[in-house]
Design a protein around this ligand. Structure first.
Ligand SMILES: *[C@@H]1O[C@H](CO)[C@@H](O)[C@H](O)[C@H]1NC(C)=O
Ligand SMILES: *[C@@H]1O[C@H](CO)[C@@H](O)[C@H](O)[C@H]1NC(C)=O
Ligand SMILES: *[C@@H]1O[C@H](CO)[C@@H](O)[C@H](O)[C@H]1NC(C)=O
Ligand SMILES: *[C@@H]1O[C@H](CO)[C@@H](O)[C@H](O)[C@H]1NC(C)=O
Ligand SMILES: *[C@@H]1O[C@H](CO)[C@@H](O)[C@H](O)[C@H]1NC(C)=O
Length: 461
């Protein structure tokens, strides 16, 4: 274990040096995806070097005790891969002519290269000697808990223990808790994703009943040309022009064919790394699409090209195949990531096909988001692990639940046969085409078109 050499080093720490030697600047190098190394150049007189490395105040820190210089430097190689925005605290103790010198620096990773040195002042270095003590040292104001510290970072910034429940909603109260959840109030029809829906906070479209949250898409009773104005109620921040008010006499003037709801925790709860479990029944009905996802706090729910961690989704359609004959109906479950690269979506997903539509029953959908891996589970069974794409999500994310209709990524023209879809991607009047062909899809909607969420729980990892 790494701890052993520490004991003898701590023994020497007791007589710190008073003068003379100055620790040379600490070199840092990324080793592709595989890790990184820190080093200081050798100088005559250096006898031993001890590194303590903390990524985002990870606890216990990485420690390395170097007794020999190699090719003129004192190097510590680490296998942990660093991501953008990671804060790396490098503390180094150097034994020089029997005296101990210390130095500590905080650096921040930008573009996966170490470009900035945010704080080079040295601090008093506390060297933990075990996990329990590590917790106590790093969280002095918090009651020291004896637990395995988690890598999870929560909104409040407090430290967490592995397995600790950090967020829960059972939807067991009489109403949706409005201090936890905020409704999106806006319309999506002319968004780049061209979803054929307006999100509102009407009790028709979202409500809590018998311990469950229901999100219900409803077909408009009448759709015609005309302006649709949400006015001050609209929550869009980035694109209020298109998301809040569709003015009359523009090419797009058409009232929303479908109303639905989407809620999020952007203002109340976000986390980085952790395990999220959602027990839910997905919606059934043609062209319905559930959102059970996480999105970075630097984005808004309506952001164009927002990166998404999709906990789970299955399309509402009972029957849907790609041109190649692959089943992409609601029997096909997916989870994973959507990121954007030069305006194009790149998806990292894992999936599983079942004999039944995922909207037939409640299932427990789990995403375990760790620094180096995402694990996807349904009903306690792992169906996929993702290792790529994770660096895109190096920030805290908030929870979004919603039911939408259409969308060019959700129902991609390029994988579907022509004329299967009652609208075309990027068609300016997609909503009108969709509405006009409602005889084909509206009969597939009904009570089963609601997404019903029993609970959501987030645990520290
Ligand atoms: C030391 O440097 C030489 C020449 O650059 C190189 O061949 C050798 O692999 C290096 N040794 C180590 C342990 O890195
Ligand atoms: C640098 O670190 C010291 C000690 O941790 C702290 O007091 C100081 O505020 C930091 N300075 C900046 C600019 O972050
Ligand atoms: C949620 O439900 C679980 C399981 O029934 C229960 O243990 C927990 O106390 C509930 N939490 C709240 C906040 O009601
Ligand atoms: C609503 O959630 C907040 C935390 O976001 C919590 O403090 C509060 O007790 C909850 N209210 C009810 C009525 O459960
Ligand atoms: C889902 O989790 C609940 C506990 O929250 C458990 O009672 C139930 O058996 C699980 N369902 C499945 C299908 O694993």
């Amino acid at each position: 274990m790494r701890w052993k050499p520490l004991t003898c080093l701590l023994f020497i720490i007791s007589n710190y040096a008073v003068s003379g030697f100055k620790i040379p600047s600490i070199d840092f190098e990324m080793l592709n995806e595989l890790g990184f190394e820190v080093s200081i150049p050798d100088e005559p007189g250096i006898q031993r070097v001890f590194y303590m490395l903390q990524i985002d105040e990870s606890c216990p820190p990485l420690m390395d005790y170097i007794t020999e210089s190699v090719n003129g430097s004192w190097v510590s190689k680490q296998k942990t891969s660093l991501q953008n925005n990671d804060k790396l605290q490098i503390s180094v103790l150097v034994q020089f002519n029997e005296e101990i010198f210390e130095k500590s620096e905080t650096r921040v990773i930008i573009n996966k290269r170490l470009l900035t040195t945010r704080n080079t002042s040295s601090r008093t270095i506390d060297f933990p000697s075990g996990e329990g003590e590590c917790e106590a040292i790093l969280a002095p104001q918090q009651q020291a808990k004896r637990c395995k510290p988690a890598q999870t970072i929560v909104t409040s910034g407090r430290r967490t223990c592995e397995g600790e429940l950090i967020f829960e909603d059972n939807f067991s109260g009489p109403h949706l808790n409005k201090s936890t959840w905020k409704h999106d109030i806006r319309q999506r029809m002319y968004h780049v994703e061209e979803e054929l829906v307006a999100f509102d906070d009407s009790p028709r479209n979202s409500f809590v009943k018998e311990g469950n949250l229901h999100i219900v898409p409803t077909v408009a009773s009448e759709v015609k040309e005309g302006s649709f104005k949400l006015g001050d109620r609209c929550t869009a921040v980035e694109s209020p022009d298109t998301e809040c008010n569709i003015a009359q006499n523009t090419f797009y003037t058409i009232k929303p064919p479908v109303f639905s709801a989407q809620i999020h925790t952007r203002d109340s709860f976000s986390f980085k790394f952790g395990k999220i479990v959602v027990r839910a029944k997905l919606p059934k009905g043609d062209w319905l699409f559930p959102y059970l996802m996480l999105q970075p706090v630097s984005t808004y729910a309506e952001s164009h090209y927002a990166k998404q961690l999709r906990i789970a989704y299955a399309r509402g359609n009972a029957n849907l195949r790609t041109k190649q004959g692959e089943d992409i109906s609601g029997n096909h479950l997916y989870g994973g990531m959507v990121v954007w690269h030069h305006g194009r979506a790149v998806q990292f997903t894992k999936d599983q096909v079942s004999t039944a539509h995922y909207g037939d029953d409640f299932h427990n959908y789990t995403m375990i988001w760790q620094r180096d891996k995402i694990t996807l589970m349904v009903d306690e069974e792992i169906y996929g692990e993702l290792y790529d794409g994770l660096p895109y999500f190096n920030e805290k994310c908030f929870i979004i639940f919603g039911v939408t209709v259409g969308g060019f990524l959700n129902f991609d023209d390029s994988v579907l046969d022509k004329d299967v879809k009652p609208y075309k991607n990027r068609e300016p009047r997609a909503a009108l085409s969709f509405w006009k062909q409602r005889d084909a899809w509206a009969p597939t909607w009904g009570r089963q078109s609601a997404m019903i969420i029993d609970y959501v729980r987030v645990y520290a990892e």
